[in-house]
Structure formats: structure tokens, C-alpha cells
Ligand binder design. Structure first.
Ligand code: CA
Length: 232
């Protein structure tokens, strides 16, 4: 379960010290002693975070950072010397997530690592993808996968289904759905919702007995999720 930190640092006494502290904090640690080795380690397996020294043999930290940013948003904390003030600003502009000025206290480094990990993990938690039995609603890519097959679905239908399924068993009125999915500037009427629900049903009806798109008569709609163990 330990999170994997790649430490890119050519001074062994510093990297050894960092490794010791990170291990104590429960992280897994890999060390790369120059820029090219860092790229190699990164390509072998994307770490959860990279501590990246600026002054490195073969390729400096900036070059490593820009190579990594071509393909990855992995969190990067730059380790900079005190004099490199301009470089720090440059680093943040180049996509570093934070920087720590040498010489630093290990406590400060650990605090920065934890802060960056917390901050950068939020997008994963709020990734707009819902997974149910035989159903994947991926709002990041506007992709609906029903029983393993991609089903072409217009954006508003995707948004409506996502909205309902993100709060299973909550009943929405048609007006709530108009407000929350179409936005209050939308001048449609509630039949718009009915039409979209009808089209969605044609795509997802009777696919699984664990969930269903339900009409709640006289009220509105809900995405019903059945507890497979307790109820029928
Ligand atoms: Ca160095």
C-alpha cells in the first residue's frame, strides 16, 4: 500500500537521508542518480510523486521535468538551491507542483510531500466515472459502456444518467433535473426530461438486476440501486 516516491538526486548523502525518512513514513522509495536514470525509472513505473533535484548530471531537473510533462501529470516537487529564485518560478510555470529549497529540514520535506499528494489526489477522487454491474458511466470521456459495449449516447443523456446514478436511490423531480442537468437558463419544459429518460431506458433497460432507471409516479425519477445481499 506504500506510495511510491522517485527521488532524483545525485548526492548520495542527501538521497540516502531522504530515503531513510521516507521509508520511516511508510513510503516506498526509488532513487535515480542522474536525469537519464530518472526518465528510465519513470518509464518503468509511474511513481506517485517525484522529488527532483535541479542540478543533475546527464540531464538537469528542468529537462527531466519537461520530458515527464509530455506524458504525465505525476506530482513533482523540485529541490532547488537557495540562489535559484528565478528557477523556482520557472519550475512552477513548467508544471512542478511545489519546490523545496536546499538545505531543508526533513520534516518540511515530508509535510510538502503529504500536502502535494493530498492536493493532487483530489482529481482522482472526483473523477467522473461511475461503475455498476454491467454499466460504466464515464463522464470524463462521455462514454457509456453497457454490458461491455460502448453505446453512443448524446451528452445530455450522459449527464442526466450520471446525475441520477451519482446519488443512487435519490428521487429527483423533473424540475430539479432541469435545473441541475440543463441549468436554470434552459427554457425547456419537463417533457424534455421524460424524452431523455425514455431514450436512456432504451439503452440500459433490463441489463442488470442490480440497478434500474425508475419512474417514481407523481414525483420524478431515480437511479435505483438494489443491495444484492439483503433485498430482492
Ligand atoms: Ca544535485
Amino acid at each position: 500500500m506504500g506510495r511510491d516516491i522517485l527521488v532524483v538526486e545525485d548526492e548520495h548523502n542527501i538521497s540516502d537521508l531522504i530515503r531513510m525518512y521516507l521509508l520511516k513514513e511508510g513510503f516506498d522509495v526509488r532513487i535515480a542518480g542522474d536525469g537519464a536514470l530518472a526518465i528510465g525509472e519513470f518509464q518503468k513505473k509511474t511513481p506517485d510523486l517525484i522529488l527532483l533535484d535541479v542540478m543533475l548530471p546527464v540531464m538537469d531537473g528542468w529537462a527531466v521535468l519537461s520530458r515527464i510533462r509530455e506524458t504525465s501529470r505525476v506530482p513533482v516537487i523540485m529541490l532547488t538551491a537557495k540562489s535559484e529564485v528565478v528557477d523556482r518560478i520557472q519550475g512552477l510555470e513548467m508544471g512542478a507542483d511545489d519546490y523545496v529549497v536546499k538545505p531543508f529540514e526533513m520534516k518540511e520535506l515530508i509535510a510538502r510531500i503529504n500536502a502535494v499528494l493530498r492536493r493532487t489526489e483530489i482529481p482522482n477522487d472526483t473523477s467522473k466515472k461511475l461503475v455498476f454491474d454491467k454499466l460504466v458511466i464515464n463522464l470524463d470521456g462521455y462514454e457509456l459502456i453497457v454490458d461491455g459495449k460502448k453505446v453512443d449516447t448524446p451528452p445530455k443523456e450522459m449527464e442526466l444518467l450520471y446525475h441520477l446514478a451519482s446519488t443512487p436511490n435519490k428521487v429527483y423531480t423533473r424540475n430539479q433535473l432541469l435545473d441541475e442537468v440543463w441549468g436554470f437558463n434552459y427554457f425547456g419544459d419537463s417533457r424534455t426530461v421524460d424524452v431523455h429518460i425514455k431514450r436512456l431506458r432504451e439503452k440500459v433497460e433490463n441489463v442488470s438486476d442490480q440497478w434500474a432507471l425508475k419512474t417514481v409516479w407523481g414525483v420524478g425519477y431515480k437511479f435505483e440501486l438494489r443491495d444484492g445481499t439483503d433485498e430482492g
